[in-house]
Design a protein around this ligand. Sequence first.
Ligand code: ADP
Ligand code: ADP
Ligand code: MG
Length: 472
Amino acid sequence: MLKKILIANRGEIAVRIIRACAEMELTSVAVYTDADRYGLHVKKADESYSIGPDSLAGYLNVHRMVNLARAAGCDAIHPGYGFLSENPQFALTCARHGIQFIGPDAEVIRRMGDKVEARRAMIAAGVPVVPGSEGNLNTVEEAVSMAEQIGYPVMLKATTGGGGRGIRRCDDVESLRRNYERVRSEATKAFGNTEIFMEKAIINPRHIEVQILADRHGNVIHLFERDCSIQRRHQKLVEIAPSPQLTEAQRQYVGELAVKAARAVNYENAGTVEFLLDHEGAFYFMEMNTRLQVEHPVTEMITGIDIVQEQIRIAAGLPLRYRQEEITRRGFAIEFRINAEDPKNDFLPSFGRITRYFAPGGPGVRTDGAIYTGYEIPPHYDSMCAKLIIWALDWEGLIHRASRTLRDMGVYGVKTTIPYYLEILRSEQFRQGEFDTGFVEAHPEFTHYSVRRPTREIAAVIAAALVAHKGL
Ligand code: ADP
Ligand code: ADP
Ligand code: MG
């Protein structure tokens, strides 16, 4: 078994991984830049090491990270998500220096990180993909004739993209010509890679993804699906497991499809196969994420399986503990990404000090966060500062419990997406379990809040008590 794990990440996901290590009685090692000196992961890990003043380069420096792991006596590195998690060079460098990378093989990361190559692999394996270009696009004229074949609307996508960036829908030839260079330059800026390709735009699809676990001994299982259709600008805001929109037959079908996809590339460790589901009920492979995902907790809540612990066991070479038939699920879970953003102001990031934080609690509630009273959210990183995850026995109960919990949670000093989510929960359409990736855009009125939040009043009472106590 592994003994000491360096976590090459920060924020809530570093804290999440530290918790898994603690439960497995493994030593956890955190790293932090100057901007993260007061980060929660630094406090919670067994050991912490500075990686210097550069707020981004610190978490992206392959050699420094691996050297630090060696110097600290670690036998493995967990990359979390983002940063180095899908960098094949990182996985390779770990392997070369005798550090176990907690994730799949470097070559699999590279292949699946290239969406065009991933599509080819899936076509060869008989997994349906979104209709689109066979390879990368070389010229705008090639794009125009491709779009004529596929039929508008089409999507232009960065081949090595992620995080919802470098994706644009083109409704006609004019918008295609306009967006062609735009997507290319977005791809270059965000991913350092100019390659782009084309897919048919599926109209208002549902985003359905399947969690996979695969060990080194050829065992591959899935842990059911997540519905991540609640998105803004191709970025997920709310995730649900299982999808309230699938029939049992669809659930079984897409689960088996994902296992087939994982097997086709000899996948190892935890991974996610993402699909689009159209209004005719057809599933199309979209991409594979070769890492732990932000929304993994909803799957943990319905299956009772700790995905991070399973990742560590798989990396240690142990066989999976469960056969597919042994995976059961119970109830529904939902995750809200608590972003330090102002929904009323076009979701502008709202960094700064958290003057007061009230953690929600009660039955079925889990918070995976990196925030505390007095914490200053650094402006250099993601605006997502916590995740609120709620479980309930049925969909209706989940809506009520989620609404109660969001009103329970209080984050003051910065603006957050909490009140926005309360408006989503009031929507009759959402309550009916009917939503696709166009849902958020179709409801601009969610930015007009109407739900009363009692934590506001509690915060006011505490503020008054503090003033009285200090005799101010
Ligand atoms: P998930 O797929 O787990 O739902 P996201 O797509 O929201 O997660 O991405 C998680 C984090 O990883 C975000 O901070 C995102 O910006 C980052 N990320 C994802 N893919 C890439 C990539 N190809 N390059 C750089 N950052 C990425
Ligand atoms: P990323 O790597 O950034 O996560 P994805 O390829 O997973 O990019 O796409 C992100 C989101 O963009 C999807 O969840 C979906 O909402 C939208 N999208 C991507 N491709 C298509 C498509 N062909 N048709 C319609 N929507 C799409
Ligand atoms: Mg994706």
